[in-house]
Design a protein around this ligand. Sequence first.
Ligand SMILES: Cc1cc2nc3c(=O)[nH]c(=O)nc-3n(C[C@H](O)[C@H](O)[C@H](O)COP(=O)(O)OP(=O)(O)OC[C@H]3O[C@@H](n4cnc5c(N)ncnc54)[C@H](O)[C@@H]3O)c2cc1C
Length: 481
Amino acid sequence: MSAPDAVVLGSGPNGLAAALTLARAGLRVQVIEGAEEPGGGCRTTELTLPGFAHDVCSAVHPLAAASPFFRSVDLAARGVRLLTPKVAVAHPLGGDRAGAISGSVAQTASSLGADASAYRRLMEPLVRDSETVLDLVLAPLRSRPAELLPAARFGVEGLLPARLLAARLRTPEGRALLAGLAGHSMRPLSGPLTGAFGLTLMLLAHTTGWPMVEGGSGQLIAAMAAELSELGGGITTGSWIERLDQLPAARIVLLDVTPRQLLELAGDRLPVSYRRAMRRFRYGPGVCKVDWALDGPVPWTSETCRQAGTVHVGGTIAEVSRSEADANAGRHPERPFCIVAQPGVVDVGRAPAGRQALWGYCHVPSGSGVDMADRIEGQIERFAPGFRDRILARSVRTARDMERYNPGYVGGDITAGAATLRQTIGRPALKWNQYRTPLPGVYLCSASTPPGGGVHGMCGLWAGRTALRDLHLDDCGLASG
Ligand SMILES: Cc1cc2nc3c(=O)[nH]c(=O)nc-3n(C[C@H](O)[C@H](O)[C@H](O)COP(=O)(O)OP(=O)(O)OC[C@H]3O[C@@H](n4cnc5c(N)ncnc54)[C@H](O)[C@@H]3O)c2cc1C
C-alpha cells in the first residue's frame, strides 16, 4: 500500500470498526497488529482437541447484534450467521429450579412465578423504549438521548446497585437471575451502576436475543477484514509496536489500546496532567478462563439450562454477591460465580458429531496466576452431576495468561478498565471528547473509551467519527454524535 492516510494500532473489534469508519470515508487505512492473527478479543481456535472450535475470548454477542456499527457491516451478506438460542440465559438453583430469560417479557415473567408482575413492571417500559435505551448504552455519555423520559428512567434505575434492584423481586430464581446478569459488570453487586448491567443484558435478551456466531466469533473479524480489504485497506500482523514513532507516518493514528499501553507508547510526549489521568485509570479484577472438549452436552439437571446458550453458575444472589465481592477484594472465591457458554446448543459444527465445546470463566483478583479450573468444574458439577466424567480435554488461562495473550487485558481485566461510576462518566479521563488524546492526530479507540467493554465496535466507530470530523471529512452519511 502507498503511504496510508490513517494507521490503526490493534485489530480488535474496535480497531477494525475504526479502520472501516475511516476507509468508508475514503481514507487509505493500514492496521497494525502485534499478534499473528487479527481479532483481539474475537478469535476462534482449536484450543483443546482437533475439531473443537473454541472462542478464545468473546463468545456471546447481544451487543454485536444491537450495535449500529455491526448493522452497517451487513454480516448476512458476508455469510456470517448469528444463531440465537431459544433460552438466552439460565441460572440454575438445583434440581429443576432455574431462573431464565426466554422469548418475550410476558413469557419470561410467567416462568418466574411470584415475580411475574415485578418482572413485567421492570422490563416492559424498557423493552417499549429499547431503541432509546440501547442508543444511550452504546454511545458516549455526552450524547443527547432521542427521548428524555425513557433515558432518565433507565438512568435512575441503572444507577442502583444490583442488590437494591433485586429487592424488587421475591423469588430466589428472579433474584439470582438479576445477580448473575449484573455480575458481568465485574463489580461488587453493592456498587452503583451494577443494576444497569443487569437491566441492559435483560433488555438485550428480549430484543436481539443472546446470539453466538456460527463457526465462532472469529467470523465477525473475517467479515470486517474482508470489507477493509475491498476498500483498499490492509492489516499487518505479527508486528508489536513499543513506541508511537515506530508506526508508519500518517495523518491520523488510532490506538486500540488501554491507558497503560498509551503511556508506554507515547511516554513523555503526553502532557503531565494527561499522564496523571492515564495513571489514575483503574482496571477491574481478572478472569480465569477454561475451555473444555466434552464427549456430550453438559448434564444439567434443569431442562431449561440444557437449552440455554449461556448459563450463570453460582447459586443464590448471596453466593454470587460473595464471589464478586471476593474477586474485587483480592480474594479467590471458593465457590466462584461462573459464566458458561454452550455454543453447541445452536451450532453443532463447533465440535465433532455428538461432542461439545464448552466455554467458561470466573472472576479472580487482578493479576492472579491461580488456576481455578477445579473450582469452576466443582460449581458446574453442583448443578450438572456427571459433568466431570464428560471432559475429554481442557485448556486453562489464568488472569496472568490473559494479559500475556493480549496486553489490553491488564491484570486479566477483559473489559479494558473497571466499570466504576467515575469511569463511566470519564472513560478514560474526564474530557468532553474521550477519543482525542492531547497529541494532535492521535486518538484512542479501544474499550477503554465509551461505551466500554464488549464486542460492539462502537468505541471504534465514535473514535473514527471524531477523527474524520477533525479532518473535516464526512463519515458516509452515518448520523453524527
Ligand atoms: C475471556 C473473555 C470473554 C469475553 N466474552 C465476551 C462476550 O461473550 N461478549 C462480548 O461482547 N465481549 C466479551 N469479551 C470482551 C470483548 O472481547 C472485548 O471487550 C473486546 O474485544 C474489546 O475490543 P477492542 O478492539 O477494544 O480490544 P481487543 O479486542 O483487546 O483488541 C486489541 C488488539 O490490539 C492489539 N495490540 C495492543 N497493543 C498493541 C501493540 N502495542 N502493538 C501491536 N498490537 C497491539 C492486541 O494484540 C489486540 O489484538 C470477552 C473478553 C474475554 C477476554
